[in-house]
Ligand binder design. Structure first.
Ligand code: FAD
Length: 442
């Protein structure tokens, strides 16, 4: 369970790369149309173009990167989405960063952490009880016999002590962004583990830098995908793109909401897989601080166990408090809007380190992926018993629609690395079909 660890160290931001001609008419023909310029779509488009195919890559936002995005609050940069390069040993971003000369920083585990219940610091007994609960859950998790059965993370802790159940809630919300009863244990067990790296210059900036030179039609949402004719016709407000095949990297939340119409409808098994992979609601609130350190080491982590907020203070030495929250508390939080969410995060921080913090908060941002119409959730979560949905969604539809992205990332699902690998796999499948005998670049 290394997916929720803490950033340590200091680093500078990457310069924003000069992006080549980003906006152009989407109208026209191509061998392949790629929908979505997040990690999955960028990887698919790059591989297909490197193999000599013509590709149109369309993106609804006015930027690339999707759910990997380095932005700022009061001039302080932070990653609003993905921040950790998980399972670094097999994550393609380890090599991409090296090739681009972008520094990664090993994440060495939890920094100076303190836990509170509201304003009350947890005493040694309470901390021990929670640690025992986490250990118990972890043992149950590792010992779970996956042959022919599944349960939810919540189900795993059922009948256990209250601290094991609490550990399931906290792990579900903070690492997966979802409530434990909605998370498949078999799917979790199939996810790769390994060391984590952080990107001092910003994970979003790294992804953006990797896309320099790749032509993308920004602000060009797909509205309809027709696959009733010989190939695919993707309608956008800027024209229609016709291609032999499409790589569809739309987030599962966007697919489930029907924001893009497929004509004819997608097959039942694909629709069911989309339903079975509904995303969680991992959410961040970034508070800009004025330089005050409150007597705390840099970096520090504060856990407000009642609300479910986890705060990283002074990541990379910056004057920032980055709060993360997931599951139902996150859905409640985003309903407050940015002003309300920033106030709520400030209140929880004030509970823990004193009301004086209010006068040191000079700005706030809410990274609300749950309501963001281009994402509609943080990342896919396989429902209990539905772990096969990832493989089902990855199966090409009608020999022309290739769904790819984090949801189909196999052992790397839910991550940037998994999205990239899924994009590459879709490209390889298309090349194998359109150019039998040709090997892909990777
Ligand atoms: C808060 C948060 C923290 C996370 N932390 C980590 C982490 O530390 N490490 C990690 O590896 N992963 C993390 N993730 C997950 C990671 O960000 C995603 O798994 C990954 O970025 C998904 O890439 P993708 O290409 O599949 O999807 P996306 O990045 O969402 O790309 C899909 C693209 O499709 C676009 N799109 C949407 N609708 C349309 C349309 N109609 N037409 C055209 N384009 C459209 C979107 O704008 C988007 O750019 C985190 C995610 C969140 C939200």
């Amino acid at each position: 369970m290394t997916r929720r660890d803490v950033i340590a160290g200091v680093g500078g931001l990457l310069a924003t790369p000069a992006l080549s001609s980003r906006v152009g008419a989407a109208d026209g023909d191509a061998d392949v149309v790629v929908i979505g310029a997040g990690a999955g779509g960028l990887a698919a488009a790059a591989d297909l173009r490197a193999a000599g195919l013509s590709v149109v890559l369309i993106e609804s936002r006015d930027r690339v990167g999707g759910r990997v995005w380095t932005t700022e609050v009061a001039g302080r940069p932070f990653d609003a989405g993905a921040a950790y390069v998980h399972f670094r040993e097999r994550n393609p971003w380890t090599a991409i960063a090296r090739d681009l000369g972008v520094a990664l920083q090993e994440h060495r585990g939890f920094g100076q952490g303190r836990a509170y219940d509201g304003a009350t610091p947890l005493d040694a007994d309470a901390l021990q009880a929670r640690a025992d609960g986490r250990r118990r859950l972890w043992r149950l998790f590792e010992a779970f016999d996956t042959r022919g059965r599944d349960t939810s993370l919540g189900g795993l802790a059922e009948g256990e002590g209250s601290y094991a159940r609490l550990a399931a809630v906290r792990y579900g919300q903070q690492a997966i962004g979802e409530e434990p009863d909605a998370i498949s244990v078999v799917d979790l067990l199939s996810q790769w583990d390994g060391g984590d790296e952080t990107v001092p210059g910003g994970y979003g900036r790294l992804v953006e830098a990797s896309a320099a030179g790749l032509q993308v039609s920004l602000s060009t949402p797909a509205t309809v995908v027709r696959w009733d004719g010989a190939g695919v016709a993707v309608e956008t407000p800027r024209g229609v793109v016709r291609a032999a095949r499409a790589v569809v990297t739309l987030p599962v939340g966007v697919l489930a909401a029907g924001r893009v119409r497929f004509v004819p409808d997608l097959p039942g098994e694909t629709l069911a897989a989309i339903e079975d992979l509904r995303p969680g609601a991992l959410t961040k609130v970034a508070l800009a601080l004025d330089g005050e350190r409150f007597g705390l080491p840099s970096p520090s982590d504060l856990y407000e166990t009642r609300s479910g907020f986890v705060f990283e203070l002074f990541p990379f030495g910056r004057d920032l408090a980055l709060a993360t929250i997931g599951g139902m508390p996150a859905r409640d939080l985003v309903r407050l809007g940015e002003v309300g969410a920033v106030a709520a995060a400030t209140d929880r921080l004030a509970d823990m380190i004193g009301g004086a913090v209010r006068s040191h908060v000079i700005g706030g941002r809410l990274a609300d992926w749950w309501s963001d119409p281009h994402a509609l959730g943080s990342y896919s979560v396989a429902r209990p018993g539905r772990f096969a949905a990832r493989a089902t969604l990855a199966r090409p539809v009608g020999d022309r629609l290739h769904f790819a992205g984090e949801a189909t990332g196999g052992g790397g699902s839910m991550t940037v690395g998994g999205a990239t690998l899924a994009g590459r796999a879709a490209a390889a499948a298309i090349l194998a079909a359109l150019r039998p005998g040709s090997a892909t670049a990777r």
